[in-house]
Design a protein around this ligand. Structure first.
Ligand code: 5AD
Ligand code: SF4
Length: 440
């Protein structure tokens, strides 16, 4: 039997879809195919911004015809949007042909819901208030070789006022360090060359006591596992980025010299309204501290523009901060009003027109910096981890430790290999190089 999974949103969801695939395999769905040939289609949704939701609504709606033709096809909708208050019902009303709706907390029981749906005509709707059981025992079907995603914790306690994540993913729960370490050891032994540790806020790992060690200690232990592989982690919160973490990063070559540290805004008044619990000055001093330990380290970030009541001057403070830090790249977002969050109730919501104009200016600034930084790579040698073949370009591609994409030609499959490239051309965030062949 065949399956098809549609994933929206972040790396956390990408990895969760790998777990969904693991559950589907157990239920006898052994081949991933396009939707037309699938016996089950699962939507793993995201609700962080309105456009992610609209996207999913559009794609689910488009299945109406297929479902009419193929009555035995099972359509399941899960993930963050399904967990949102009132959304399960809305989904069922809008799309009565959906067979299963399951919340983020119910993912571990998807197999059971499939069994129930096979046995009954009625739709199965399961959205719980809190996690019923962990998902750690699910063997994922990994799709991102040579990278492997590893959850270190679930949920978030921060309640940034714009963000819906704490409402749909619940409170922080840390996995036991020894379980994480055995997963990492097994992955490295299997041949994975990059381990990315995942958490909504990795710096608060073990705040709930569930880990058994702090995040810097865990990172140290992961990077001490024998073998040639890279270690990445995301996401860090500036309110508790520590010197101890910078020291561990500096201690191990395996840990990529890249820190993703979302700043969100350069204005102290907006940061306070966002409940971020750090100031512009604290953020800048952390970057300075990081660069003291790791001068070559690059920093990427997330920025939201058009948060309620953001003035032109406050927006310009963000642009100035971008220039000051010289981010290697940045994910820039227009503020999206999420029902149920504190910011949704704040006065002075910014007009779409102003938001659009601001994001365009910000994107221009970020892109100019990215281009400038990439141009410096021409003539340098970088080590990339080959991860794919680009059919259109006819070139292999991979990433350097800073996350820059490097393209090169080869007459044999190089996926999963570390390759040294001499960069001959840079285009935005992409680098083009020639392989340096080692002797012998
Ligand atoms: N509107 C816009 N961007 C948001 N993010 C989170 N919530 C919202 C929202 N309501 C962004 C933040 C976060 C990233 C994952 O998504 O920048 O770091
Ligand atoms: Fe959302 Fe803030 Fe938690 Fe990140 S740290 S998931 S932005 S509440």
């Amino acid at each position: 039997m065949n399956y098809h999974i549609v994933t929206y949103g972040c790396q956390m969801n990408v990895h969760e879809s790998e777990k969904i695939a693991g559950i589907l395999r157990e239920k006898g769905y052994d081949t991933e195919t396009p939707p037309e040939e699938a016996d089950i289609i699962v939507f793993n949704t995201c609700c962080i911004r309105e456009n992610a939701e609209n996207h999913a609504f559009g794609n689910i709606g488009a299945l109406k015809k297929l479902k009419k033709k193929r009555k035995d096809l099972i359509i399941a909708v899960g993930g963050c949007m399904a967990q949102e208050a009132g959304k399960a019902q809305l989904l069922r009303e809008k799309f009565p042909f959906i067979d299963i709706v399951f919340g983020t907390h119910n993912l571990p029981r998807l197999g059971e819901f499939i069994d129930r749906k096979r046995a009954q005509k009625k739709a199965v709707v399961e959205v719980s208030e809190a996690r019923e059981e962990t998902e750690d025992h699910i063997a994922p079907v990994r799709t991102s070789y040579p990278n492997a995603w590893v959850n270190i914790m679930y949920g978030c306690n921060n309640f940034c006022t714009y963000c819906i994540v704490p409402y749909v993913r619940g409170r922080e729960r840390s996995r036991r360090a020894e379980d994480i370490l055995s997963e990492v050891r097994a992955l490295v032994a299997e041949g994975y060359k990059e381990i990315t540790l995942l958490g909504q806020n990795v710096n608060s790992y073990n705040n709930d006591g569930g880990g058994g060690m702090s995040f810097p200690e865990l990172l140290d232990a992961v990077a001490s596992v024998e073998g040639k592989f890279r270690v990445r982690f995301m996401t860090s919160h500036p309110k508790d980025f520590t010197e101890e973490l910078a020291k561990v990063m500096a201690k191990h070559e395996k840990i990529c010299r890249l820190l993703h540290l979302p700043v969100q805004s350069g204005s102290n008044r907006i940061l306070s309204l966002m409940n971020r619990r750090y100031t512009r000055e604290k953020y800048l001093s952390e970057i300075e501290m990081l660069r003291r330990y790791l001068p070559e380290c690059e920093v990427t970030t997330d920025i939201i523009v058009g948060f309620p009541s953001e003035t032109e001057e406050e927006f310009e403070e963000t642009v100035r901060l971008v220039k000051e830090v010289k981010f290697a790249s940045a994910f820039t977002f227009v503020y999206s009003r999420r029902t149920g969050t504190k910011a949704a109730e704040m006065p002075d919501q910014i007009s779409e027109e102003v938001q659009k104009e601001r994001i365009m200016r910000l994107v221009e600034t970020v892109n100019a910096q990215t281009r400038e930084l990439s141009a410096k790579y021409v003539g340098r040698t970088v080590e990339i981890l080959c991860e794919d073949f680009d059919e259109k370009k006819g070139l292999y591609l991979g990433r350097d430790e800073f996350g820059r994409m490097g393209y090169f030609a080869s007459d044999r499959n190089r996926i999963g290999e570390f390759v040294d490239l001499r960069i001959v051309r840079a285009n935005g965030i992409s680098l083009f190089g020639e392989e340096i062949k080692t002797q012998g």
